[in-house]
Ligand binder design. Structure first.
Ligand SMILES: [Zn+2]
Ligand SMILES: [Zn+2]
Length: 324
């Protein structure tokens, strides 16, 4: 798909082993990795999660020599009041293409730390989490481009969209107005939807964001593995189109660029979904197969379920089952 996934991690993040080069091999498009900057993380006794930005920038430069400058530089800032000044001084020292703002913990525990004594009462959890997220956007508004996974606090403690409306609508409206004032995009995080079953929360929040007049939307897979790059983007784009949304946004040099949803749909319906090709690329790479020359789709459905590949040197045709 001709869209740059706006949220993914590589081995420069503490919780991923995926190689940047493998992402580059899996697509012909530009890519951006958004590595974790999580300072004084309560999960590990308030020490910094490792991230060597000098090494990251050096590696990106080296890979860009080999891969025609296809690799952009990104960061996922895990904000908390206690590290605010440290974050700002780090951001001053580097130039990124994309900066995500995330709220991963409340100063006591990470919202996804199942072994912590998590607040489970929706009436308390929802407004306190959303208020803290608001504080983060207010503090970092000038420096970031996208608010990532608005539902991070509700990935482990599940809440319903009715509870979100009942206990969080006022906070969400306030939050979305602040995003709009600051030109910060709202992220649709497909990992939240697929892995953490929060589709209904996204549907509710997205309607509210649009009602508030929001226009900047990004899609992010939050991939920590190459196979998850652009996961379910085809379905997401179809859904956004059904709501009458016209554009997705991506960032280069922290400047927004718009891509038309209709053009993404056209590519999807005529050439298959990018994530199929990512999966295929990885598979071929693992088999040490060289370039594939011809890709023919078979199986007529809305989405292709089998893809026929003719390999240049091996002169073989292989049918690969492709999962949606
Ligand atoms: Zn995150
Ligand atoms: Zn992430």
């Amino acid at each position: 798909m001709n869209y740059i996934d706006q949220h993914m991690h590589s081995s420069f993040s503490f919780d991923s082993e995926a190689l940047l080069e493998d992402y580059l091999r899996a697509t012909d498009n530009l890519i951006v990795s958004t590595e974790h900057l999580d300072l004084e993380d309560p999960t590990v006794g308030f020490i910094d999660r490792p991230l060597s930005l000098p090494d990251y920038f050096k590696t990106v430069d080296l890979l860009n020599e080999k891969y025609h400058n296809r690799l952009l530089r990104g960061l996922e800032v895990g904000w908390s009041p206690r590290v605010h000044e440290r974050i700002l001084s780090i951001l001053k020292s580097y130039e990124f293409d994309l900066i995500l703002l995330s709220l991963h913990h409340n100063g006591e525990y990470d919202y996804m730390n199942r072994s912590a004594n998590l607040e489970r009462d929706p009436e308390k959890l929802i407004p306190t989490y959303l208020d803290l997220l608001y504080q983060g956007v207010e503090a970092m508004g000038q420096h970031v481009n996208v608010m990532a996974h608005f539902d991070y606090g509700f990935r482990v403690v599940h809440i319903t969209s009715q509870q979100l409306e009942k206990y969080g609508k006022r906070q969400l409206v306030r939050l979305f107005n602040l995003l709009i004032e600051n030109d910060i995009a709202f992220e649709i995080n497909t990992s939240s939807i697929v892995r953490h079953n929060n589709l209904e929360l996204y549907k509710y929040a997205l309607d509210l964001y649009l009602e508030c007049g929001g226009k900047l939307l990004t899609l992010g897979s939050d991939a920590h593995f190459v196979n998850d790059y652009q996961r379910v983007f085809g379905d997401a784009v179809e859904y956004l189109d059904s709501l009458g949304i016209e554009h997705l946004t991506y960032y280069i040099g922290q400047r927004p660029h718009l891509v038309s949803i209709k053009s993404l749909l056209y590519i999807l319906n005529n050439h298959g979904c990018g994530c199929f090709f990512v999966s295929l690329g990885v598979e071929l790479y693992q088999y040490k197969c060289p370039i594939y020359l011809v890709v023919r789709t078979t199986g007529l459905g809305k989405y292709y379920n089998r893809i026929e590949i003719t390999l240049k040197e091996k002169r073989l045709t292989k049918l690969v089952d492709v999962k949606r």
